[in-house]
Ligand binder design. Structure first.
Ligand code: ZN
Length: 378
């Protein structure tokens, strides 16, 4: 397959030659030869997807075909790699859900191709209202290396990220364990002090999960978990830039502080993504999908995840900050892949996976025209 389009970083027309699912050759071509307004970029990588299109990755009987259907919904939105994410739940439920996802991956080549591993968000998070977000209080618990080992085993070694609160007793030991066993550690749903956050980064934590969310509405102006996470350059924030979870100025500050290479976008989509407006039961409580796509947990006064794919975040961050198109796409591709050591994807270079997007840009809206997965047009 040969594709001619403009490079998403430079805007220069290029010709890509693809064979056996891999980018074999990239050459620059004269402007006049290309004659089209298409851009080409690597497919998006989303490190936090709890479900979509009515499919909840934590549902009791999740099947392979359901997870494949969710994957194809994501694919249509330009996502070629994603981490199914499970939040705080009972030990038995987590074991079951990790097993469901892992069995689906055993069964499906598509899923093994698109999913590098599972993100476990919780259950070792802050029990405090606000910081806990919509995670069910009754299942929040203290960090335990023994429990994590059992969960890793239930996932058949497929957990690649753990989001936890470093202020909890036993958290540092757990961070040590993860760092030694190739599990990326993220700080999230946490009310840690600056010293605790610094220590967590010393021990190997590298991500701040949806920074600015999973945080109480009222916090101390000096002593809160945000400043140290912003100032510590070892921590890469994941940002939900759906326009609902954070204000424009919050995202702009994060971008200015962290820079184009040290920030990632995430969707935090849940199964309600793509469902009509109305009232739904989720996490044992009532969640409203409003006209603008907010998922409101009425009883806990917080958002119950997000309903927009990562593409929306790219479009918003172009509006909210001074970043370039290339920066915005890297925050949803190359920057994310680097964290997980996914060296086979995430950039337009020879030898990388041919997981590609062809799109036009109107204003700051990305109009996807084709998606190429493993060298094949979808
Ligand atoms: Zn969360």
């Amino acid at each position: 397959m040969v594709i001619e389009a403009k490079h998403y970083m430079t805007g220069f027309p290029i010709r890509l030659e693809i064979g056996e699912g891999i980018i074999e050759k990239i050459t620059e071509i004269p402007d006049s030869e290309s004659g089209n307004s298409l851009f080409i970029a690597p497919g998006f990588t989303d490190n936090q997807v709890n479900g979509c299109g009515g499919i909840d990755f934590a549902q009791k009987d999740l099947s392979c075909s359901e997870l494949e259907r969710a994957a194809s919904i994501l694919l249509k939105e330009g996502v070629t790699t994603f981490l199914p994410t499970l939040i705080t739940d009972s030990h038995l439920n987590l074991v079951r859900s990790l097993g469901n996802i892992s069995s689906a991956m055993d069964e499906s080549e598509l899923l093994r191709y698109m999913i590098p591993g599972i993100h476990l968000e919780g259950p070792f998070i802050s029990p405090e209202d606000g910081f806990r977000g919509c995670h069910p209080a009754k299942h929040v618990r203290m960090p335990s290396v023994e429990e994590l080992k059992r969960l890793v085993s239930a996932s058949r070694n497929r957990i690649i990220q753990l989001t936890l609160a470093p202020e909890l007793e036993g958290a540092m030991e757990l961070i040590n364990y993860c760092s030694k066993n190739g599990i990326v550690v993220a700080i999230g749903h946490s009310n840690a002090t600056a010293a605790q956050i610094k220590l967590a980064a010393d021990k190997g934590a590298t991500i701040s999960t949806h920074l600015g969310n999973g945080c109480a509405n009222m916090i101390h102006r000096h002593f809160n978990p945000l400043w140290q996470q912003l100032s510590d350059e070892r921590l890469t924030p994941s940002v939900i830039a759906d326009g609902l979870h954070l204000l424009r100025e919050e995202i702009d500050v994060m971008f200015k502080v962290k820079g184009r290479d040290n920030m990632i976008l995430t969707s935090d989509m849940v199964f309600l993504a793509g469902m009509p407006e109305g009232s739904y039961s989720y996490l044992g409580t009532e969640v409203l999908i409003t006209e603008n796509g907010s998922l409101i947990d009425k009883h806990h006064n917080c958002l119950a995840g997000a309903s927009f794919p990562i593409k929306r975040g790219i479009e918003n961050i172009l509006n909210f900050t001074a970043c370039s198109l290339g920066d915005a796409i890297n925050m949803a591709s190359g920057n994310v892949c680097r964290i997980y050591g996914l060296t086979d994807r995430g950039t337009l270079s020879t030898g990388k996976r041919a997981d590609l997007l062809l799109f036009e840009i109107e204003g700051n809206v990305l109009k996807i025209r084709d998606i190429i997965l493993n060298g094949e047009s979808i």
